[in-house]
Design a protein around this ligand. Structure first.
Ligand SMILES: Cc1ncc(COP(=O)(O)O)c(C=O)c1O
Length: 380
């Protein structure tokens, strides 16, 4: 969330200046929101031509599903097994990782995480295998009388355990989605805004056309601002047919923050910096974990890395993962866990992470691994 650094002076000043001038709702058009919309749309491929602003990633995803359903006339949605897409009642039906509330919508189908190992076990390459899973899900949905509306996915599959895979691996899957008449909603709350170090948006790594794109977390450096962008014709029709007003979505101050953030990201060329720093971080983690029997795999793209921990029987080891998270916290480095088994260390620093921060991280990670080796059981 603190994408361009805590207390970034340019964001602070933009917010102060806007707050001193005008801070109001979006019933009347303001210059700031129009200018920011143009600046944001310029980060997309040409087919993405409209944008709507919301207050959170959840609101953006909820709206995306409404738009997809309106456009396709269908209701069916395919998501991954550990997906998380937000807080609303509708999103709970497409967020299997929120177990308590998942499973109430008969039109929702779940596919496994796009793991190269799962694919290999089935004798397939991951791109082909995942496309087959998505195809089977849509076919089953149709066989039960539900018309497809969307494949909703985070292209780095973060809550599934961080599976960015090689650029291009989603190509076949998105062809399948479009073949079923559904839209691809790319949830870019995690992989967007240069996070992968390869392209500004995660879906662009794969050379595919997302129909709708949602974003939130990094946009306002902590202020609540999020967006739904999409094909011009899709959002134009929704705008024409469905009355939609959002008091604070796109309001003056969050948009000023968002404009300052995006300007910083572009001027400082954070895409290149994320690539460079992410490579250094990955190399360092690879070196520290090489040969460790408890590290099953290191995965990631740019500044989004996952380290999968397993026990002596090769089963997910969430106890050790949580232990590492807490040992790192004691050393003032915040990481988390992801994946079905809560055993994948989720390492996702601010986009402005530099060489000095990488060195600090690696130093404390090495210390943490030592501590885990010295006392395999966490002291209670
Ligand atoms: C992939 C993904 N989508 C959507 C959301 C929801 O965004 P928000 O918390 O801004 O509502 C999150 C939040 O963590 C997320 O990780």
């Amino acid at each position: 969330v603190a994408s361009v650094g805590h207390a970034n002076p340019e964001v602070v000043e933009a917010v102060r200046a806007q707050m001193s001038r005008l801070s109001t709702h979006t019933r009347y058009l303001q210059r700031g929101v129009v200018e920011f919309a143009e600046q944001l749309l310029a980060t997309f491929p040409a087919h993405i031509g409209h944008v709507m602003f919301t207050n959170s990633g959840s609101e953006a995803n909820d709206l995306a599903l409404r738009v997809a359903r309106t456009w396709t006339g269908g209701t069916g949605v395919v998501v991954t097994a550990e997906a998380y897409h937000g807080t609303t009642d509708l999103l709970a039906t497409v967020s299997p990782s929120v177990h308590a509330t998942f499973g109430t919508d008969p039109g929702v189908r779940v596919v496994p995480r796009p793991s190269a190992r799962l694919a290999a076990a089935a004798g397939q390459e991951v791109g082909d295998w995942f496309a087959d899973q998505v195809d089977a899900a849509f076919q089953d949905m149709r066989a039960h009388g539900t018309v497809p509306s969307a494949f909703l996915a985070d292209s780095i599959f973060s809550s599934d355990g961080i599976y960015p895979n090689a650029p291009g691996f989603l190509k076949k899957t998105i062809d399948v989605v479009h073949g079923h008449g559904a839209l691809f909603i790319s949830d870019e709350v995690q992989p967007g805004y240069t996070r992968t170090g390869e392209t500004f948006w995660g879906f662009m790594r794969h050379g595919v056309e997302a129909d709708l794109v949602t974003c939130g977390k990094p946009m306002g450096n902590g202020l609540p601002v999020a967006a739904l962008a999409g094909r011009a014709e899709v959002l134009a029709r929704f705008g024409r047919d469905v009355p939609y007003f959002n008091t604070f979505g796109g309001s003056s101050v969050p948009i000023a923050a968002a404009q300052a953030v995006l300007t910083f990201v572009q001027r400082e060329d954070l895409l290149a910096s994320v690539h460079r720093t992410g490579t250094a971080l990955r190399d360092g983690i690879d070196a520290l974990t090489a040969g460790r029997p408890d590290v099953d795999e290191v995965r990631g793209a740019g500044l989004y890395l996952g380290v999968e921990l397993v026990d002596a029987a090769d089963a997910p080891d969430s106890a050790t993962a949580l232990r590492v998270v807490n040992e790192m916290r004691r050393r003032h480095v915040l990481i988390s866990v992801a994946g079905q088994g809560n055993n994948v260390l989720k390492i996702r620093p601010p986009l402005v992470f530099g060489d000095a921060e990488v060195a600090t991280f690696l130093d404390r990670f090495a210390d943490t691994l030592d501590a885990v080796d010295r006392h395999p059981r966490s002291p209670r």
